[in-house]
Design a protein around this ligand. Structure first.
Ligand SMILES: [Zn+2]
Length: 218
């Protein structure tokens, strides 16, 4: 019943091609192009695939002057410095990528933030790199409140989206995006194709606010 659409994506630069080729024309790398299968019963899949982007509920043309300039209310992360780099707080519906070299403290910062936010709203922390015990031990060491934050150990994006739909978190952390995988994508977790599809699937979820990305930033 499902017609499968294929695309070929370069794992180095993310360029895509209608058919496989040995060398990527965009970046010149050899043997980096892998097949990506996009599940498609066309209309439904397409509508769902792009729903939720840019916060648009329906397609409608309007003049610039008619656009409501009222600022989207942000909520505080509980950390002044984090709020500052986010432009004054977290915007509902936004997907935020936290990057940094290994050991920089991304997980610690997000765990502190989530433990604090959990007392005010439904939260979900998805860990794919560390075990639940490791995360709980870190929270214990830091003396963080552990009674409200909901935890999930999972790397399958479809499962995460399904659970998130039930749990309805206001804020969700994905730790980290490069270990997540979509069943429809043939390449390995961490590849450009997987990261791209996983991030796209999570961004489409209205409840997904925060994504963690721990590719190195130098
Ligand atoms: Zn390339």
């Amino acid at each position: 019943m499902s017609k499968t659409k294929r695309a070929y994506v370069c794992n180095d630069c993310g360029a895509d091609y209608p058919r496989w080729q040995g060398q990527c024309s965009a970046c010149g790398s050899w043997n980096t192009i892998t097949e990506v299968r996009l599940a498609a019963s066309p209309q439904v899949a397409r509508a769902e695939k792009y729903a939720g982007y840019a916060g648009a509920a329906e397609a409608k043309v309007q003049t610039l002057s008619a656009i409501d300039l009222q600022e989207v209310p942000r909520f505080t992360s509980g950390f002044k410095e984090l709020d500052r780099v986010l432009g004054g707080g977290i915007v509902p519906g936004a997907a935020i990528l936290i990057g940094g070299s290994p050991g920089a403290g991304k997980s610690t910062l997000l765990l502190q933030t989530m433990c604090w936010l959990a007392s005010q709203m439904p939260t979900l922390y998805v860990t794919g790199e560390e075990s639940l015990q490791q995360v709980a031990m870190r929270a214990e060491r830091l003396g963080l409140p552990k009674d409200k934050l909901k935890m999930l150990s999972e790397t399958n994006v479809e499962t995460i989206c399904q659970i998130a739909r039930q749990e309805q978190p206001k804020i969700m952390v994905i730790d980290s995006i490069q270990v997540m995988h979509c069943a429809d994508v043939a390449s390995a977790p961490g590849s450009v194709a997987q990261v791209r599809e996983s991030a796209a699937a999570l961004t489409r979820m209205p409840s997904s606010i925060t994504l963690r990305f721990s590719w190195w930033v130098t």
